[in-house]
Design a binder for this molecule. Sequence first.
Ligand SMILES: [Zn+2]
Ligand SMILES: [Zn+2]
Length: 382
Amino acid sequence: MGIIKYKRAKNDNDEIVNIEEVSLEMRKSTRFTCISCGQELSAVLGSKNQHHFRHKTEVDCNLETYLHKMGKYAFVKTYKECLSQGKPFTITLNRKISCQKESTCTVKPFLNRWEECCDYRPETFDLTRYYDSVAEEQSIGSFVADILLTSSKGYPPTLVEIKVSHPCEEAKILSGYRIIEIGLTKEEDLDLIASCRLVDPVGNNTYMETIRQESRRKKNDEEPTVRCYNFREAPKELFDFHKIYQFGIYRNNPSRFCLNETVSCGDKEKLIDRHRRRNQLLYEILFYNENWGPGRFIFGVARAYEKGFKIKNCFLCRYHAYNENRLTPEEDKPIFCKLYKKLQTKPQCHSTQAIECSAYVPDKRAYANYLLYAGGYEEIVY
Ligand SMILES: [Zn+2]
Ligand SMILES: [Zn+2]
């Protein structure tokens, strides 16, 4: 094993001490041990390096065990302090809200089998208002929770799992128990627990949703450190919003696009009526769900062209190459032009350059992939 430095250790009273709290006197009088391997540690307080605890002898100690044990300890300790001092310990997650118009929803008929008319909205809960006791390594059903939060007020328990190397077992998630999973990969991640504010940026997941979100998540996205599973949906009365994305082409210039994020499923018919009255659009696609294939914009362009609308756009052109930059939305993404040397233009241009380009040649082989949109959508020809 190489040198493993830790910032936290156990003292003689089995309490955890942070190296920042260790004084020279304390160093002399205290015997520090490692929470992971149980071996003795010395507190290194030199002026050159960052202060740390070091194993006195070479041992087979590992960071994962350290983080797992320390994570459990830190959570229980911090949570108990919050309870006794009346301080909040919060979790923020995206709660799912399903459409309340189950039988009359106008979006539903256009969705795929696996899609729903629903929305997600972030909500913050103070766990201490619901759960008044906390303990490590507790049995629940056929599982053992790293930490179990229980309630004398009758709320169903919540399992807190410290994830160091392995994600939460599938069976645990499928069991339906509420779970908060906290991922720790380095010592600094323990500060997240001490902050008393956990945030799940992805949402309240069922197991299937997690798999879907994983497949949709982009390569370079940072791994979220907190995940929630099986929290209840928000009450349906709250639902009045289903994000609908719109792609439209204009009657007076089909190569100009209109893109919007709009309305609730309940307002959809009104939106279509309004567009019919204004008579500015030629063709429109309403997208009802996120999609993990090609984007809405290039699908819209390719689909409109296939339908026979005379539009020009570089995404349709034989000489374009898709730009992988994932941060830019497709409608603004510069495309790469394979003819830039010959045309003496910049290697990248906006896809609307096609309107003025002399070399533009639409070619199905170049855009066929863009037609593979998997999400639910509706097309309207005005
Ligand atoms: Zn150790
Ligand atoms: Zn609906």
